[in-house]
Design a protein around this ligand. Structure first.
Ligand SMILES: [Cu+2]
Length: 189
């Protein structure tokens, strides 16, 4: 509100400048603290972006290839690790209940048959988007047996709030015994 030709008797220009400096400092502090939080949680929770991009045709998921229904669920690999394959669609996951062993490295492979979905597994750092046309892959190990929920966390339509699955982590030896009798495991009823 100052005029350069008329001296300001109330010193309002100086007041305005100091208030501006204060807000500028606040903005810098906000940005810096946001970056600190992102870096800290990224390192502390070992978050990482998908390590590679694999593509897949969503129209033919249920006809042929890795994500046909008979191939979904948990598979024990020759090296003893476990791969879990999941398909997300409006408004459910297949399988509805994932069965996995504790203390074994698990590779999750998930894709979508229609729109963008996502999921997280409660009380773990597992959290990914699931996009049509791409395979989301990540590895994790469950320390101990237990039950977890796996909700869709990416708004995917009117039935989104009802889209979730269970994850049942069981003892390693019990899991391996079941795996000996079954090609793909899940706890879906
Ligand atoms: Cu969804």
């Amino acid at each position: 509100m100052s005029n350069s030709t008329v001296p300001d008797p109330h010193g309002s220009e100086a007041v305005a400048a100091s208030i501006e400096r204060r807000w500028a400092l606040l903005a810098v502090i906000l940005m810096a603290s946001t970056i600190v939080v992102v870096v800290f949680t990224g390192l502390h929770w070992s978050m990482m972006p998908p390590s590679r991009v694999e593509t897949i045709r969503p129209e033919t998921l249920n006809v042929s290839g890795e994500f046909v229904e008979s191939n979904l669920g948990s598979e024990v690999k020759p090296d003893g690790s476990v791969t879990v394959r999941i398909v997300a669609q409006q408004y459910s996951f297949t399988p509805q209940c994932l069965l996995v062993p504790a203390g074994v490295p698990i590779t999750f492979r998930a894709t979508s048959a229609d729109v963008v979905h996502g999921f997280l597994i409660t009380r773990t750092n597992i959290n990914t988007m699931v996009e049509p046309g791409y395979i989301s892959t990540f590895r994790s190990t469950f320390a101990s047996p237990g039950d977890h929920l796996m909700p869709c966390h990416e708004y995917c339509g009117t039935g989104h709030q009802g889209m979730w699955a269970h994850v049942k982590v069981i003892d390693r030896s019990a899991f391996m015994q079941m795996a000996a009798n079954s090609r793909r495991l899940s706890c879906a009823k």
